[in-house]
Design a protein around this ligand. Structure first.
Ligand code: FAD
Ligand code: NA7
Length: 495
């Protein structure tokens, strides 16, 4: 470019955010390079271009969740008259199918980058100074690149508990989706959404699955809904070890893993043996190898993440997007939108000022009973507006699709009358504006997405009431909400 550097922008990281940013930059004529390199997990797993979401995140996770849902729907199908003999589940076939799909996505990304004039190098990037990147290939070969601007989009990787044997004995979400052999009896450590989702699909696929929760499930999410998820999963076969923290992992001669737990309430210890242990105890940003200090970029020493204002680091020509950002949602569409808007602001010919807005980002937890949410938890609403100003409209319901199934599992209906739940939280001091949306039931992502538009537009309870439902659906529950928690009326549905 005219600034005397080889590139206008180097994007470090070819995941959700990095790929989107690189393509957008090139679209506006910027000479663009994208570096992507995957360091193998401690268990030795590695993968192709595309980052976490495509290879070891959203995509394989949702497909395995779907495998679980299909299994559970056998029970419904019989009641609809289908004569089905389940021959059990073939883990190897599922993994092969999913990995083939991912392989085709990896290939597609490479082709697209070439078509869009992005120079892609499969190399690990680190800073030499604020305008110089050293890219190291797998064979150790180094390339020094000068660039006007840099986008850091390196994402994160799973962390391990600080307990003896953890790295030697356990796997993480980096490994589970490509695991060739069936996991067998499995322990999921942690109460993150990743841990609960994994336990959910493993249980549905027929594996004896336990979850160790040391404090609360789904920290940060609405706790009333989180406990309903745990209850539903418990009734459908997942074993929850509450107040339990693994302290030692030992590989036995037969290959199984002996886990010592400590009860976090009473301090007593106990042991159990598993075929597989999946740790989902949080994720760390992978900025350690980047040598951020060489470029003068400040970061949070606790988690390696970078604090930004509108994706701009403290250094004028260096930006950051996606999971590496401090205090922002770790979600694929967040990384993509931030990356696209940033590059448009920086490189578009016609002035573009739109910034990424991190408020009211909808999300869904793909546990067996899915949880879609927008905005505040009840706890946060009360903390923010005061209990007197917070109104919670609630309703329990049973999807019509479930009503023919009267099967029971250990005395509990498989399709319970009051398993699904909605909660709409409004601010009485602001025209009953909707500040929290919570949906627990089937197809939560599909139900939640559209309501996010309404909330972005500032919808009030009256707007929800003015809206006519679509019958018969689960989503229509939100248009007929009447019972408030404050009223004390029992919102459960009878028979
Ligand atoms: P990433 O996608 O992680 O990409 C970063 C890339 O940079 C990686 O390929 C990495 O190897 C590479 N890299 C790192 N350091 C360097 C370096 N120095 N040089 C070169 N390359 C480097 N989000 C959702 O929206 N919906 C979901 O359902 C969902 N499910 C998830 C399930 C799981 C199990 C996990 C783990 C995550 C899930 N996420 C989900 C989160 C989503 O995957 C991330 O938010 C998203 O991938 C972040 O994108 P990113 O671009 O910031 O980083
Ligand atoms: P989170 O949200 O960072 O949660 C980590 C979970 O793991 C949480 O339940 C922790 O319990 C638990 N944890 C952490 N360390 C341990 C140890 N050593 N032993 C047992 N359990 C542990 O998880 P994710 O990284 O999966 O989520 C990433 C982001 O996506 C997150 O920011 C969400 O907003 C969305 P704790 O609650 O600390 O007791």
């Amino acid at each position: 470019g005219d600034h005397g550097h080889e590139y206008d922008v180097v994007v470090i990281g070819g995941g959700s955010g990095g790929l989107a940013a690189a393509k957008e930059a090139a679209k506006h004529g910027a000479k663009t390079m994208c570096l992507d390199f995957v360091k193998p997990s401690p268990a030795g797993t590695t993968w192709g271009l595309g980052g976490t979401c495509v290879n070891v995140g959203c995509i394989p996770k949702k497909l395995m969740h779907q495998a679980g849902i299909l299994g559970e729907s056998f029970s419904d199908a019989r009641e609809y008259g289908w004569k089905l003999a389940s021959e059990g589940h073939d883990w190897g076939k599922m993994v092969e199918q999913i990995q083939n799909h991912i392989g085709s996505l990896n290939f597609g990304y490479r082709t697209t980058l070439r078509e869009k004039n992005v120079t892609y190098v499969n190399a690990y990037g680190r800073f030499k100074d604020k305008n110089t990147i050293i890219a190291t290939k797998k064979n150790g070969q180094e390339q020094v690149i000068t660039t006007d601007k840099v986008v850091v989009a390196v994402g994160g990787r799973p962390s391990y508990p600080d307990a003896p044997g953890a790295k030697e004995c356990c796997i993480t979400s980096d490994d589970i989706f490509s695991k060739p052999e069936a996991p067998g009896k499995t322990l999921c450590v942690g109460a993150s959404y990743i841990s609960l989702e994994t336990a959910g699909f493993l249980t549905a696929l027929g594996f004896d699955t336990a979850v160790a929760i040391r404090s609360i499930p789904l920290r940060g999410f609405d706790q009333e809904v989180a406990e309903k998820i745990v209850k539903y999963m418990g009734e459908h076969g997942t074993r929850f070890l509450r107040d339990s923290q693994p302290t030692v992992f030992e590989k036995q001669e037969d290959g199984k893993i002996k886990v010592t737990f400590e009860n976090t309430m009473f301090g007593n210890t106990f042991e159990e043996t598993f075929d597989t242990v999946v740790c989902a105890v949080g994720r760390d940003a992978v900025t350690e190898g980047l040598d951020l200090p060489a470029a003068g970029v400040e970061f949070n020493p606790k988690n390696g993440k970078i604090a930004c204002v509108d994706e701009q680091t403290n250094v004028d020509n260096i930006y950051a997007i996606g999971d590496v950002l401090d205090t922002r949602q770790e979600l694929t569409p967040v990384a993509i939108k931030a990356g696209v808007r940033l590059m448009r602001r920086v490189f578009a010919d016609t002035p573009y000022k739109e910034k990424m807005n991190y408020d009211l980002v909808p999300t869904t937890v793909f546990t067996p009973l899915e949880y879609g949410t927008i905005g505040m938890s009840e706890e946060l609403a009360v903390e923010t507006y005061g209990a007197d100003n917070v109104e919670c409209y609630v309703s329990y319901f049973k999807p019509l699709e479930w009503t023919l199934n009267h099967e029971e599992h250990k005395g509990v209906p498989v399709r319970g009358d009051n398993a699904c739940y909605v909660k709409l939280i409004t601010n009485l001091a602001d025209d009953e504006r909707v500040v929290g949306f919570h949906y627990l039931g089937p197809n939560a992502g599909e139900v939640t997405q559209g309501y996010a538009v309404a909330m972005k537009m500032g919808a009030t309870k009256k707007d929800f009431d003015e809206t006519v439902g679509i019958h018969p659906t689960v989503s229509e529950e939100f248009t007929i909400l009447e019972i408030t928690k404050r009223s004390g009326i029992d919102p459960t549905k009878k028979g």
